[in-house]
Design a protein. Sequence first.
Length: 321
Amino acid sequence: MKSILKRISVITIAAILSIVVFSMVHAQSASVDLSITSSPINPAPGEKVTLTLQSFSADLSQANIVWDYNGKNIASGKGRTTISVIAPGSGISGSITASATGGFNAASATLILRPASVDLLFEGADSYTAPFYKGLALPSTGGIVRVTAIPSITAPKGLSFNWKRNGEAQQTASGYGKSTLLFKHDELTPTETIDVTENNGGFSGAGSISVTPGKPIIAGYFNNDGYVDYANGSTGILSTTGTGALIHFEPYFISSPNSLARDLTFSYTDDSGNALNPSRIKNELGLSRPDNGGGSDFSTAVSTVVFTLQNITKRFTVNFN
């Protein structure tokens, strides 16, 4: 009887030990979750990127970690959860793999870097420029600004754009194919910051730009028998050999959503403050050579009721040689 009890006790102890050993082995071989994060999230081509290996189920500080970049070992060590790499060029992908072992089944995580540059261009959507002006119209204070995102040539089609203005998401302006952002410049915020991220599956890119309105200017051109000489303008002094001159004025970077005739008012005064009458067209002024020769000095003012901060007055001189 005693031998039977002894034999049962041995079997029981062995069974308990088997359960404990099985539990220990099972705990050591449990699978873990691994993920790699990058900072910045959307790196530009050639930008330095910080990569971090994370797990919510294992202590990686005691794990042996090996990092590979496009199949080549670049770092390893106990608790090596963070490394830095240089992002590949535009249109080139980089595969980052981190493998970890130590108290759990070997596990790995992979992150694909597909950096892409995004150029941002801004212009005044309602900002006036003269005919044949080749540059972009600078936005005006309080005027409408248009920002356009131009992805790199390697970007795929069908991109989704997410816009931010001064850190605030512009949800109605964001979405599939929405590569343009329109907004009214805040007169109380001289410089506004616009950010955009674009993505399509594994492709992503980001860009940022500061938008500062330009100051309106007035340029004068000679009108010779209906031909405005836009190639030879001036913002101060004009010279002619004639006995008279018809000066055509163009206001640059002033909000004029409709037309000069409807949106803007032109006025002219001499050095004594006396009003000078415009020609048939309100942005033109006719002058004659003074009796004593020399030049004529006067001021041209351009104003708008809607955008008062854009109003400008400029002094001009026409020399009659």
